[in-house]
Design a protein around this ligand. Sequence first.
Ligand code: NCD
Length: 356
Amino acid sequence: MRNLLEITDFTTQEIDTLIATAIDIIKEPKRYSEACKGKKLATLFYEPSTRTRLSFTAAMMELGGNVLGFSDAAASSVSKGEVVADTVRVVENFADIIAMRHNKEGAPWVASQFASIPIINAGDGGHCHPTQTLTDMLTIYRHKGRFSGLTIGFCGDLLYGRTVHSLAKAMGRYEGIKFVFISPKELKIPDYLRKEIEKHGYQYIETTNLEDAMPSLDILYMTRVQKERFDSEAEYNKLKDSFILDMHKLHNAQKDMIILHPLPRVNEIAYEVDADPRALYFEQVLNGKFIRMALIYTLLRWAEEHKESPKQPIVEVSPLKCKNARCISATEMVSSLCTTSENGDRHCFYCDTILK
Ligand code: NCD
């Protein structure tokens, strides 16, 4: 069964094909208007969302399919204490594919261990957000025509910003990519991601100065400081306005640099920037619907080709503990906690945290 839990579940060729499908959908939407007729998408959203959930819903509707689900865990049996493993084994009786957003890191991995229908990770805690990455990549492709040789600056909350983690992994796989990570020192990229970037030999620098970095950038990817992931409000308040992009800061940017943001914006891009032709964040939203159409269509086709019988519950419980309190393993029964990477580091299977 093919899922999309993290962006690297798809090869670069498969991503190229998804992008080509999305572009075909944009050109000829009528050809796809019944492509998923009779199919159902379940949107299981345990965490707030506007864009992602509505764009999954719109995507399935435009493919001729139907949508069911919940947008607030408090309104589902989760509030009675139901675990992810049980919820997905219930929902798979009613739907053909699941898009799940969860506040616990690794929850969609647990779902995929129990479900016999495809699982799409629609954002898990501060970990990954692969469908936002597909959205970002379609936008980059439509404006730059390529991925290789680009310099991409990520600015803001790079520690908890899950969209950053997935996009960096995706873009790093193309030739000649350079990363500039711009953040306060408290919000630098997580250790596991830095190790992965170093292991693959991707070029990167880390800085606290946006204006110095600006002239080198082909893409500026702004992010919100992720208030909901902070342990202390005081720490959030200290860091929330670390970077505010305005027209003055853009004075030395390339004329064809593109400005991306997964949205919602809080304070990190001044409204005056919206009128600049380089600001693409609202166009990104529309691209998100088209690429999700391509994704749902593709995963459902693959699932038809390789039908799976219902999975046996996993009974073996891992004796190891992940130290990340935001990991799904901290609150729910999991198995196979640890994976070992090529350099010998042991990682949590669910949230990637390095296990000492
Ligand atoms: C992002 C997310 O949920 O991670 N939003 C989105 O899905 N477009 C970014 C954010 O919440 O800051």
